[in-house]
Design a protein around this ligand. Structure first.
Ligand code: BES
Ligand code: ZN
Length: 666
């Protein structure tokens, strides 16, 4: 079942058709190398400070079976073949294992993997056993080893195959791609899904270097979150290729990522570029022209970019997230291609993770705010540097409003920055608390100590803790040592423990104000409360953030399920602003939330097209949730749309929606 073209996607196709597309990604028939422009390698900056030599402080991760304090994986070499008929990656993962002297086993995480054999470096079988199946955590894979010697690296070769339903992987049919001719595969590892395609110690606190050899069928290219070793690509019988990749910076397993499909590359700057399907390449290139400037701005703020290249991969529309910070190669949804660069803060966000998250990594998912809160803060600083303070403040104000609504809707315990995720899916921590409360916490510190001091501390924090797993408590120790330095008055003024360990917002939180939103709020008041005609002329002059603000307006104290607009008002809005045909995904989504909550029929038609056109969970899940709250009308519609849309969605998206609509396998 293909993703049905919607106005969003067809607007894009139009851009592409008009622009023409010179770059070809096809393989040169019987050629010995792929007929493909491959980005030049870029060695990491030589001026980079040496990696932190400090010993790792192991903290217990309730989402992994691994016991890294006994034996840990330090390097992974994958040798996998992508089989699109079987929907399986199969081959070997060769792990380097190091551990305590005398250790006689290493424990890995696996989920839905078919482990065929485990061998040592000489090819001799090693005994292994799989633990009980946990639907969330998968199984432990314990491999027996002859006693380890201090400092020795031992090789463990796991021979395995993934299953068609592996939760990290989505195997797309040709119809689910823009090109319509070749199938496509991509992975999404965060938070605990890498174990469904790599047998590994799947905890964010356990880092390893890695390399990979990937065998692909004819006409398809492989990309990964690592350096593509151009000179080591070799043809295989039947017309495919073996691709080689290498990542020399140690990374946690959730950052190992792959995509295989008909993708092509276009450079943006000397160390930046974009990969996507050929028909999308020109639109993507135009949308992301500012990426090189973003990298420069980020480096100017918090120190050198340590990963060599920074490229984007724009995926087919079923990609379940907005973006994913896979090192060297951010994965992103095509729904950020708006045609006017209005949604590029998502790129600033994923780029910022190259420091907050990929260099300094949350040690466990309970410390997730260290990844996302720091990243939202940093993202906004990049936006300010590249697009100015006004734009940055608008985005902060949108975030503040989202946060207020999130805080009102969550149980108090889940509004703390440090989470208790014992027995829970780490995805439950994926709320605006980690993102927006985390960012407003850092803005509060910035405001109190001044930007200059704050920036100096933050730059030092990244340098001191590069490649080190970070807990919330280590963060507190670092900021006390390097910024607060025993200043009791400052300590009291910051209220850090309240921000971290208590629900809601401490009293020193301050709402951002954006001058650009003053006329927007006035227009919203006039339109929604006083019954004025929709502000067509103003709307035309507004940017995307102002339009989002307008459509996010709600009456004070609105009850769940209550209507706040009349049918006539909805029709007038839709007619004046052409909302049901809106091409900007964020604006379209904001409108559909209103329309569906009022059972407005034209919005239902628009929602159906939207929901069949992309699978980004941030849009899909709230829309189905809204429909489900609208009685028989909404439930019938949701059931009908979901029956068609579900096969198009990534397991991450369908898994969340299943719970809302009570979906059960036939
Ligand atoms: N790392 C996250 C995505 C993620 C988090 C995936 C947790 C799985 C588990 C990524 O950086 C992110 O935050 N993406 C956001 C966009 C961002 C601009 C807020 C998204 O996908 O919406
Ligand atoms: Zn993020």
């Amino acid at each position: 079942m293909p993703f049905r073209p919607v106005s969003l996607v067809s607007a894009l196709a139009l851009v592409v058709a008009l622009g023409g597309c010179a770059q070809s990604s096809g393989m040169s028939g019987a050629g010995m190398t792929p007929d493909l422009f491959i980005p030049p390698a870029r060695e990491p900056d030589p001026a980079v400070p040496p990696r932190a030599a400090r010993p790792i402080q192991w903290v217990r991760d309730v989402h992994s079976h691994a016991r890294p304090e006994i034996a840990r994986v330090t390097h992974v070499a994958l040798d996998l073949r992508a089989d699109f008929q079987a929907r399986s990656l199969s081959g070997t993962a060769t792990l380097d294992v190091q551990g305590r002297a005398g250790a006689t086993e290493v424990i890995l995480d696996v989920r839905d993997l078919d482990v065929r054999a485990v061998r040592d470096a000489q090819g001799a079988a090693l005994p292994f056993r799989l633990g009980p199946v946990d639907p969330l955590l998968g199984q432990s894979l314990t491999v027996d080893l002859p006693a380890l010697v201090e400092g020795e690296r031992r090789k463990v070769v796991v021979d395995y195959a993934t299953r068609p339903g592996a939760a990290a992987l989505q195997w797309l049919t040709p119809e689910q791609t823009a090109g319509g001719e070749k199938p496509y595969l991509f992975s999404q590892g965060q938070a605990i899904l890498t174990r469904t395609w790599v047998p590994t110690q799947d905890s964010p606190g356990i880092r390893q270097t890695w390399e990979a050899t990937i065998t692909t069928p004819p006409g398809m290219n492989a990309v990964m979150s690592a350096e593509l070793l151009k000179d080591e690509i070799t043809p295989v019988a039947g017309g495919g290729f073996r691709w080689r990749f290498r990542m020399d910076n140690p990374v946690p397993p959730y950052l190992i990522a792959i995509a295989v499909g008909d993708v092509a590359f276009a450079p943006i700057g000397t160390r930046t570029g974009v990969w996507t399907e050929p028909s999308m390449l020109h639109a993507a290139e135009a949308e992301f022209v500012d990426v090189e400037r973003m990298v420069e701005a980020a480096e100017g703020l918090y120190g050198p970019y340590l990963w060599g290249r920074y490229d984007l991969l724009i995926l087919p529309p079923s990609f379940p997230f907005g973006g994913m910070e896979n090192p060297r190669l951010t994965f992103a949804t095509p729904t950020i291609i708006a045609g006017d660069r209005s949604l590029v803060s998502l790129v600033a966000h994923e780029l910022a993770h190259s420091w907050s998250g990929n260099l300094v990594t949350n040690a466990t998912w309970a410390d997730f705010w260290l990844n996302e809160g720091f990243t939202v803060y940093f993202e906004n600083r990049i936006m300010e540097a590249v697009y100015g303070r006004d734009r940055a403040l608008q985005e902060q104000a949108l975030g503040w409003r989202d946060l207020e609504r999130t805080l009102a809707s969550l149980p108090a315990a889940d509004t703390r920055l440090k989470l208790d995720l014992d027995g829970r899916d780490p995805d439950e921590g994926l709320t605006d608390v980690a993102y927006e409360k985390g960012a407003f916490f850092l803005r509060t510190i910035e405001r109190v100590v001044g930007r200059e001091r704050f920036d100096a501390w933050l730059k030092g924090y990244f340098a001191r803790n590069a490649f080190v797993p970070m807990t919330t408590e280590m963060f507190l120790a670092d900021i006390r040592t390097h910024l607060i330095r025993g200043d009791q008055a400052l300590e009291a003024q910051l209220a850090m423990e309240a921000w971290i360990y208590e629900p809601g917002l401490p009293s020193n939180a301050m709402a951002p104000t954006s001058d650009a939103f003053v006329p927007v709020d006035a227009a919203a008041q006039a339109t929604f409360v006083n019954g004025a005609a929709p502000p067509r002329a103003l709307w035309d002059g507004w940017n995307t953030q102002q339009r989002q603000r307008f459509l996010a307006w709600r009456p004070q104290g609105l009850q769940a399920g209550a209507d706040w607009l009349s049918a006539a008002q909805l029709a007038a809005l839709d007619a004046a602003l052409d909302l049901s045909a809106e091409g900007n995904a964020e604006v379209r989504f904001a409108w559909l939330q209103i329309g569906l909550a009022h059972r407005y029929e034209p919005a239902a038609v628009s929602a159906e097209a939207f929901l069949l056109g992309m699978g980004r969970r941030k849009f899909v899940l709230p829309l189905f949730t809204t429909l489900w709250a609208e009685g028989d009308w909404g439930r019938a519609l949701a059931t009908r749309i979901y029956a068609e849309a579900r096969p198009l969605y990534h397991p991450i998206t369908s898994g969340s929606v299943d719970a809302v609509v009570g979906w059960k396998a036939e």
